[in-house]
Design a protein around this ligand. Structure first.
Ligand SMILES: Nc1ncnc2c1ncn2[C@@H]1O[C@H](COP(=O)(O)OP(=O)(O)OP(=O)(O)O)[C@@H](O)[C@H]1O
Ligand SMILES: [Mg+2]
Length: 408
């Protein structure tokens, strides 16, 4: 069943056509003029327009043109009164689907209307398919864009992961290298300590024997000088071996409550008698009143402080001031006692500051370079810290921090 609009100024034709078409089940609307038909077409959709070409006021051809320009979808069949081919051709050019020439039989009317309606339906179907296709295309494009975005994102993530993995691998390799290096060093250190241990006893036998010979032998001139060299060098060697063993095989820390001020006073007294102390070095000390005792290993702490005091003296061969102070740390989160040992010697340059704590780093002809390394080991073994402040030419300060128990 199709919807059909009949346009004709003759009532007889309108009713005949209506009767034929309604009998076939079509839905029929009629109009007497082009203007009325245009109004109807604007309001509702029709499948087929059946219009007389010869209408009063406005022709069927003009109606056809206006339908075409308004893009109304309807299959137009034009009815012509004369067998006038030129008008029919013009109508077809203007987009008419077909034409009928009067007199019109019921059969030809129904046949042309059916074809026209079918074409209309086919056109509508074509349009629907085109629209569907366009929508599908759009959604496909959207999907492609989305997948492309996802792919780019996953590629970016993959690259990031790859970078991270490579970085982690590099770090691991470096850490492994460091580990192997430090294991090698530890093995070498252990070997060296073993050798030093083996050397220690025969060496002390040698230096004791030389001591006896030096005292008892009556030799003069070059022989005496040689004997002195052997004696001094064996003493020095024994000292180096002892220092090294102390560093390589430290004794466990044995803590007891100690007054840091008292320990320093004793050491300063010893220092004032030491051969390295020239008269041109003055010693200053200050101790904060009412300091609580500190839990430390007295022997090892004494050794560490002694190393620092001797370094200070050795840094001032032309004289200067060695200052020592003990007090509570100010503004520190955990309570601690601070010992500062300062000299006015040549100072330590910025690039030397890390190295001076390394074992065997020395700038002295007879130094072993173990002094500061063991200071650091001892203080850190107490849970404390060592800080160095120094300006080349302006002297150095070593600041040691020993933690106080919270009730101290
Ligand atoms: N107070 C200081 N002023 C300037 N330089 C210093 C001072 N203390 C240490 N140094 C530098 O740091 C180096 C290492 O010191 P460290 O005490 O470890 O070894 P050392 O004094 O050379 O030998 P030793 O094992 O006999 O102590 C010194 O050789 C010196 O160059
Ligand atoms: Mg030293």
């Amino acid at each position: 069943m199709s919807s059909i609009l009949i346009v004709d100024d003759e009532e007889a034709i309108r009713s005949t056509f209506r009767a034929f078409l309604e009998a076939e089940g079509h839905e029929v609307t009629t109009a007497c003029s082009a203007a009325e038909a245009r109004d109807l077409l604007a309001r509702e959709p029709f499948d087929v327009l059946l219009a007389d070409l010869m209408l009063p006021e406005e022709s069927g051809l003009s109606l056809l043109k206006s339908i075409r320009s308004s893009e109304t979808e309807v299959s137009a069949v034009m009815v012509t009164g004369y067998p006038d081919l030129s008008t029919a051709v013009e109508a077809l050019k203007e987009g008419a689907y077909d034409y009928l020439t009067k007199p019109i039989t019921r059969q030809s009317l129904l046949a042309v209307v059916d074809r026209a309606a079918e074409r209309k339906h086919l056109l509508a179907e074509k349009r629907r398919l085109e629209q569907e296709n366009a929508e599908y295309q759009k959604s496909l494009e959207r999907k492609v864009a989305q997948r492309t975005g996802e792919l780019q994102e996953s590629e970016r993530r993959y690259r990031e992961l790859f970078e991270k993995t490579r970085q982690a691998y590099d770090d691991l390799k470096e850490a492994q290298g460091r580990l192997i290096q430090s294991e090698k060093l530890a093995a070498i250190g252990e070997l060296a300590a073993g050798i030093a241990h083996e050397i220690r006893n025969p060496l002390s036998a040698i230096s004791n024997s030389i001591g006896v010979l030096r005292r008892d032998l009556e030799v003069e001139g070059d022989d005496r000088r040689l004997l002195e060299v052997v004696f001094e060098e064996s003493q020095r060697l024994a000292g180096t071996v002892a220092d090294f063993l102390k560093y390589a095989r430290p004794r466990p820390i044995q803590k007891s409550a100690q007054e840091l001020g008292g320990i320093l006073e004793d050491l300063l007294l010893l220092l004032s008698r030491d051969h390295r102390n020239s008269d041109r070095v003055s010693i200053e000390s200050s101790y904060e009143e009412g300091l609580p005792p500190v839990e430390i290993d007295a022997t090892q702490t004494r050794e560490a402080l002694w190393n620092l005091l001797v370094n200070g003296l050795e840094a001032m061969p032309e004289g200067g001031t060695l200052s020592v102070s003990v007090g509570r740390t100010k503004g520190s989160v955990s309570p601690a006692v601070e010992v500062v040992i300062s000299d006015t010697g040549g100072g330590i340059s910025a690039d030397e500051r890390e190295r001076v704590f390394q074992p065997f780093y020395t700038t002295k002809p007879t130094g072993t370079g173990l002094g500061l390394a063991s200071v650091q080991r001892i203080v850190e073994g107490h849970g404390g810290s060592v800080r160095l402040e120094s300006d080349s030419g302006k002297g150095s300060s070593f600041i040691l921090r020993f933690p106080l128990t919270s009730d101290g």
